[in-house]
Design a protein. Sequence first.
Length: 355
Amino acid sequence: MTGTFNIQIDKIKKSRVSEYDINNVPFGKCFSDHMFVAEYADGKWQKAYIKPYGDEPLSYAMSALHYGQAIFEGMKAYKNEQGEVSLFRPLENFKRMNKSAIRMAMPEVPEEIFMGGLMELMKLDAAWVPTSDTGSLYIRPFLISTDEAIGVKISDSYKFIIICCPAGKYYGEPIKVLVETNYFRAVHGGVGFVKAAGNYGRSLYPTKLAQQKGYQQVIWTDSETHQYFEESGTMNVMFVIGDTLLTPALSDTILDGVTRKSVLELARSWNMKVEERKVSIKEVFEAIENNTLKEIFGCGTAATIAHIVGIGHNGKDYALTPVEQRAFSPKVDETLRQIRKGKLKDSFGWMMKVA
């Protein structure tokens, strides 16, 4: 029993984990043995179960496919040298998922379903958590509307599902980005602050255009003026100018990233100056010109820290400080890794052990 929900478990007869080198698999393409599913209908959560990972029945009329009621989270589990599995700040993901659900007119997922299903799934699939220094088990909880009907309305039925995949580094090398001043990621009053599937779909075409020019990602700017930085690709973005860490302040166009929150907490614990505010293109490029810009990096669950070593704007490319000469972001990356792997004391209380 988990809260008031009895999670039915159909355990796989033979694990597939031995078929893979889980410390060396492509990101997001190899999935663990089991999946968690909870179903919502008639105004309430009806049942919850764990079953072998595989295809779910899907109607081509399912409302999520046509009207976009689909949200998700990204989180990770880690294994220490003693073989113990822990989750990194899972309650932050739980709270953010329900923030997304409210904005997308979807039912909130009760904690006993989200956390209960997650914990049971981790116990069953603990063998899938990589042991390498940079390895983790990427966890994808998502909620989709499932009404089999064509017609724009709030769905009456939903499925909440959790799937997992072993993962290594998301970016193998530092990246080069293009400042995007034509297309935009989010607008005020929209859904930029939630993890709605459509946010990512709309980003693909501008990113494709940037990649055709030799960049790996874009840095999004505000939709009204295109004068202020917002996010980098699918990550929050941060700048070190002089002795100060700068990042765009949270708003309804910027995702409240769990990694973002963790980086800021680390910086403040190290007595570094931190400013959460509007960060203008003009300010950053002036800092590049006068050599006060020390670092630009993205931060998110998949990549943790993505070092940005080149930035393009108005037809001109700027080379940034090499990673080996940076002081802050490599220290953050290593500190987070050490905490997650149990090699450094978790003084923030971020890790939740899987019982």
